[in-house]
Design a protein around this ligand. Sequence first.
Ligand code: GAR
Length: 215
Amino acid sequence: MLKIGVLASGRGSNFQAIIDSIKNGYLNAEVILLVTDNRDAYAIQRARDNNIADLFLEPADFKDKESYYRRIADELLTRGVELVILAGFMRLVGKPLIDAFPLRIMNIHPALLPSFKGLHGQRDALAYGTKISGCTVHFVDEGMDTGPIIAQAAVPVYSDDREESLSARILKEEHKIFPYAIRLFSEGRLRVQGRSVFIEGETGKETCLISPELT
Ligand code: GAR
């Protein structure tokens, strides 16, 4: 069974989607620990409701970014975590964590990368006037939203969309592709070659999702 560590900063609906996927048998995994950088994150409540250990670490209590991520890496490594999930973790992850889990950290981003990286993927896509946006699951490297792409889902952008309506449409797809990408990882079916991620035994079509509104 795959041992997962989750990092989250807020609401934690992606964390919940992972918990639900484990509960209903879609994912053969266990969440060992939730780490948050925000003592008020609703994700903490979700962990407690599901008997998952949680740990709040205040970045300001550490002397620098390196020591913060060294501590997170240590907490995850001592518990035997095999895959780290960034589920709405709103910080650029530091090198000690990336080095401790090479190609073992996944992030979900609310835009079709490489477009609209950063903290406001949905708002930036709207402001740019794109007609299609979506979400991306990718491995994390040292850049901001730059690691190898595992799966993407596309959604329409309507002319009357606001940030909230577009975000909600994208979020629905996030809740599907994140557990799907984790499942592929847990089955040992992801092969990374340079920037490309290949899915063993598949053409790759399964990792290009289209929301129902676009079909
Ligand atoms: C999600 O939309 C996720 O894609 C985004 O934050 C939201 C978290 O929601 N992440 C980023 O923007 C990372 N740069 P959640 O807390 O309900 O999962």
